[in-house]
Design a binder for this molecule. Structure first.
Ligand code: SAM
Length: 336
């Protein structure tokens, strides 16, 4: 298992040591300061950003298995239906397209002019937004140059869509220049407080932010990250921490957002993919079942018995951690 590497400012433009800004105290004589400069939940996770690439470059066995099941244009876990077990047991890409569709629907983009897709990965979600809304101007950014190149190559020639490399923690857009901000399954990689603050800054009053992310169920859930299973999962996914939904709401409200919708997709996303992943990793360790699975999906022939053993360990660790998580879509409105 590879170790998380240490970020250097040269390789990671978004890295900065989080500075804990205390919540302002009430002083009747003081000139009020704008809330977006303050942070309630500074998080130490920006250290992880230089290592992010290793989650997506195929060096992790878990991600190689996801690739063999359709992961590629999208880099998310997908939104599953029960019938997918029968119709498409190895078609992650179909579930991913469905997840993006649901997330983009929450943007309620009709009539909006300017939209940003933050951490767009290989660009498929941004392409969906742009093609479905020809009168909108869509800007898409991702931290990893490899992902931005892939997005440009696949979908670059789209009239109302523009990709660029950048960080969610320092968005390269003017203040109050956007109507919508979309961020699908990526905020766990970066400093969420900085991202919320930036999203608030670039949105016009009344604009919407949709952020879909893993949330801890409770504060106590955080303990799982210190366990050996937590260490394995952090190494696979390259993150340091999650927030609870309360933390999200609290920070967002403090900045001046109003939480207008909250959707719990745990059952259809994290629970659903975990069941499939655990089953495939279990079956991969039984020779006759491995043969059957390889007949259904010939790409699985590329995994050795040793790989299957490691994958089973990964599956067990992921299962332990995901029991402490909710998969939540939040819609936040910048108050006018
Ligand atoms: C799980 S993928 C999701 C990608 C895409 N939203 C999708 O659904 O396919 C997370 C993405 O976050 C990007 N990322 C990580 N840290 C980032 C940062 N600080 N700023 C912008 N993007 C970042 C990664 O490069 C990766 O493409």
């Amino acid at each position: 298992m590879s170790q998380r590497s240490t970020a250097s400012p040269d390789t990671c433009p978004s890295q900065k040591v989080p500075t804990a800004a205390p919540r302002p105290t009430v002083d009747e004589n003081a000139v009020p300061t704008p809330p977006p400069l303050a942070r309630i939940h500074p998080s130490p996770l920006t250290q992880a950003c230089a290592a992010t690439r290793e989650a997506y470059d195929g060096s992790s066995l878990t991600f190689r298995l996801l690739r063999a099941c359709g992961w590629g244009a999208f880099l998310n876990l997908g939104f599953f239906r029960a019938v997918d077990w029968i119709l498409r047991p190895f078609r992650l890409d179909v579930a991913q397209e469905r997840l993006a569709k649901r997330s983009i629907e929450l943007l309620a983009i009709k009539g909006a002019r300017d939209c940003v897709d933050v951490a767009c990965g290989r660009g498929r979600s941004s392409f969906r937004i742009a093609m479905g809304n020809p009168s909108a101007n869509v800007e898409a950014i991702d931290f990893l140059p490899d992902n931005v190149s892939a997005a440009q190559f696949l979908y670059g020639n789209t009239r109302n869509l523009h990709y660029r490399q950048g960080s969610a923690e320092s968005l390269p857009f003017a203040t109050e220049s956007q109507d919508r901000v979309h961020c699908l399954e990526a905020a766990f990689h970066f400093d969420r407080a900085a991202f919320l603050r930036e999203a608030y800054r670039i949105l016009r009053p009344g604009g919407l932010l949709v952020v879909v992310d893993f949330n801890f169920k409770t504060e106590d859930s955080r303990a799982v990250l210190s366990s050996p299973e937590g260490e394995i999962v952090r190494d696979i996914w390259r993150f340091e921490d999650f927030w609870t939904t309360d933390q999200y709401r609290e920070e967002a409200t403090y900045l001046g957002f109003q939480a207008v919708e909250e959707h719990d997709w745990t059952e259809q996303v994290t629970a659903a993919i975990q069941r499939r992943f655990s089953f495939i990793c279990w079956a991969g360790n039984k020779k006759p079942l491995r043969r059957v699975m390889t007949l259904c999906n010939p790409l699985l022939a590329g995994f050795t018995p040793g790989d299957w053993q490691t994958l089973r360990t990964h599956a067990a660790a992921l299962d332990t951690v995901r029991h402490e998580l909710r998969y939540v879509a939040l819609v936040l409105r910048k108050l006018a």
